[in-house]
Design a protein around this ligand. Structure first.
Ligand code: EMZ
Length: 385
């Protein structure tokens, strides 16, 4: 398969019935495939809740490998609204000029570092360090800490041996517990300390709640950003005219970022648990069963997007839901968009052409759907301008 092509495996099921039932660890999940229905279900948090057993709304379910509730992700209104308000401003910091400048320096240094090499493996030697170093800005902690996170690999709950790896998850939990204790001893201006000072319903956040926010911050933006960055590099390598166009028309970078999120949809789907019997696409959903909101399928819905299977860098109307939809839409989206903006703006200044030397696709399997979500390995050469 061509490196930059990400086929849409959902088309047939989306057009014919709009949903598909899959099995996840003996717990069925009805995947919702059309954009309109995905939005409606995401909007209807009363019927399709996030605040189920911790881990259950993730597909594959993580309920057997963790008990900590991720906040605000696994909470419903009205509590969700109050939790979200506590962290919203912090997660808008990526828009501050100083933040953007520091991010620019990081990404510029990383590109300089790999330009000197004959070849490099993008997933582990570029996307992972880029994501981990950028996370030090989001958490407002020393840059050196990124080395520890890089050593964990691309996903904190998955390993090469297992899709759900409890021992790996424990590394993250123990680490976060330790960092929370350090912040209690030595409060500072980092996210842990800020959360420990925050108040929820007139009392301080508990350690467990702080941990819930931190786990989400570490896990939610990890493989997603890594896929986004890696897939973008593959695309720019395969379509050199796209790299040239972004160089000549930097004003379309904002639109290009959205289009790449739509096309790659780095997070395939996210689950919800029905609080009552319901109907979606004339299909009966039983109370306490799961649905999934399939962002990846919705983003290729031909009733909404013209030439849905093509990357149109300056797509004018682009109501994609790659960052989710409704109250739970991605808290890290501002950070993710800044990373992409800085990455594209820096690449066009420093790199003339990217060559792909070798690649191995990462294919997810959901029932009968095989979905390419990114790469396990992508070896390239960056050519200097
Ligand atoms: C959860 C999820 C959040 C989950 C927006 O997505 O990301 C997944 O990668 C994690 O495994 O626990 O944080």
């Amino acid at each position: 398969m061509k490196e930059s092509v990400f086929p849409d495996p959902f088309a047939k099921a989306r057009d014919s019935q709009g949903f598909e039932e899959i099995n996840d660890q003996d717990d069925p999940v009805v995947m919702i495939l059309r954009l309109k229905d995905v939005r409606q279900c995401a909007h209807n948090w009363q019927t399709f809740q996030s605040g189920a057993k911790p881990g259950r709304i993730v597909v594959p379910s993580e309920e057997h490998i963790r008990d900590t509730r991720q906040i605000p992700f696994e909470v419903d209104p009205p509590e969700h609204t109050e939790y979200r308000a506590l962290v919203e401003e912090w997660f808008r910091r990526p828009l501050l000029p100083d933040y953007e400048k520091r991010l620019s320096n990081q990404i510029s240094d990383l590109i300089d570092e790999v330009l000197g090499r004959g070849e490099m493996e993008v997933v582990n030697d570029f996307a992972l360090p880029l994501q981990s170093r950028a996370l030090t800005l989001l958490l407002n902690i020393p840059y050196e800490e990124a080395e520890t996170w890089i050593s964990w690999g691309t996903h904190v709950f998955r390993s090469e041996e297992s899709k759900l790896d409890a021992s790996k998850a424990n590394i993250l939990y123990d680490y976060i517990d330790g960092e929370i204790d350090k912040a209690i001893q030595n409060p500072g201006e980092d996210l842990y300390s800020v959360l420990l000072r925050s108040e929820f319903q007139g009392r301080k956040l508990t350690k467990e709640e702080v941990k819930g926010v931190m786990i989400l911050t570490f896990a939610g933006g990890r493989d997603t950003i890594i896929n986004y960055v890696t897939n973008t590099i593959a695309y720019l390598a395969h379509q050199p005219q796209a790299l040239d166009r972004l160089r000549e028309e930097p004003e379309i970078i904002g639109k290009a970022i959205e289009e790449l999120v739509r096309y790659f949809s780095p997070l395939t789907h996210m689950g919800r648990v029905a609080t009552e019997d319901a109907l979606v696409c004339e299909h009966a959903i039983k109370s306490d069963s799961r649905i999934s909101l399939c962002w990846a399928s919705a983003n290729r819905d031909t009733n909404v997007f013209e030439n849905a299977n093509e990357i149109v860098l300056d797509r004018k109307i682009n109501p994609h839901i790659g960052f989710g939809f409704g109250r739970h839409k991605c808290l890290g989206a501002t950070h993710a968009r800044q990373i992409m903006k800085v990455l594209l703006s820096t690449l066009v200044k420093k790199v003339s052409k990217i060559e792909i030397l070798d690649s191995k696709e990462n294919i997810e399997q959901w029932g009968t759907f095989d979905r390419k979500v990114g790469y396990d390995q992508l070896t390239v050469k960056f050519n200097e301008i």
